[in-house]
Design a protein around this ligand. Structure first.
Ligand SMILES: NC(=O)c1ccc[n+]([C@@H]2O[C@H](COP(=O)([O-])OP(=O)(O)OC[C@H]3O[C@@H](n4cnc5c(N)ncnc54)[C@H](OP(=O)(O)O)[C@@H]3O)[C@@H](O)[C@H]2O)c1
Length: 215
């Protein structure tokens, strides 16, 4: 069965994820608000089979919807279209890009917690945010090849978490399942952001950060 991945935002991260998923056999759909000719080129660079669709079409068809836009731009999205969908949040808050967001400047919660607050009916998973977009090419390894880089998958929805874990494995990484309340630890300044860690190292880093007495 061909799995369908919908990606909102055909920028650096969205294209990198789309390329990796298409190479792994997923059908990839994109939605993006940028001018048509640049978006068509970006979508084609992900895969010749990738398609550009409307947001309602993407929400209707995709098994996983990835929100790959700057976090501030996510406020422009009609998240009600994603009710009941498995939604993968790879966003990070960057004040220089997103502008000041007092609720996140105070580091109260993660971008995912903000998205969950905006629409609690999404089946939200935080993942893919703690790597750089070019790592999806350089660090991918087939299952069974060690060492293999780990990617955290944070959710309290077991079915959504397992589906995203399958995507993570398919694109060449070891999924590490963690509860949703660890999502903030995956973001900038957290213990795993930007670090190459295998699954053992990821578990250890997150455990230590959650309980500093383990240091
Ligand atoms: N780049 C990375 O290595 C990386 C790694 C991990 C996480 N992330 C996170 O991933 C997200 C995307 O980063 P990026 O580097 O891929 O950004 P990017 O290169 O700027 O791409 C974002 C894309 O989303 C489009 N867009 C903006 N608002 C939109 C909307 N409302 N609806 C649909 N499309 C919209 C943009 O179009 P316009 O250009 O016309 O605005 C652009 O094509 C950010 O939250 C970032 O923190 C990035």
């Amino acid at each position: 069965m061909v799995r369908v991945l919908g990606i909102i935002g055909a920028g650096k991260l969205g294209v990198a994820i789309g390329r990796a998923a298409a190479d792994a056999g997923w059908q990839v759909l994109f939605y993006d608000t940028a001018p048509a000719e640049s978006v068509h080129a970006a979508v084609a660079s992900a895969s010749p089979d990738a398609q550009l669709v409307t947001l309602p079409e993407l929400a209707e068809t995709a098994e996983i919807v990835v929100i790959a836009v700057p976090f501030a731009a996510s406020r422009e999205l009609d998240l009600s279209l994603l009710n009941g969908k498995v939604v993968l949040d790879p966003t990070n808050y960057w004040p220089a890009v997103d502008g000041p967001m007092p609720e996140l400047d105070r580091r109260h919660g993660s971008t995912s917690a903000q998205l969950a607050y905006r629409n609690p009916r999404m089946r939200l998973v935080k993942s893919l945010n703690h790597l750089s977009y070019h790592d999806f090419t350089s660090d991918a390894r087939s299952s069974g090849i060690t060492p293999r880089r780990a990617i955290a998958v944070a959710s309290d929805d077991r079915g959504a978490q397992e589906l995203v874990a399958q995507l993570v494995n398919d694109i060449g990484f070891d999924p590490v399942l963690v509860p949703f309340d660890r999502a903030g630890l995956l973001e900038p300044d957290g213990p795993v952001f930007g670090h190459w860690l295998d699954s053992g190292g990821m578990h250890q880093a997150l455990r230590t950060a959650s309980d500093p007495q383990l240091n």
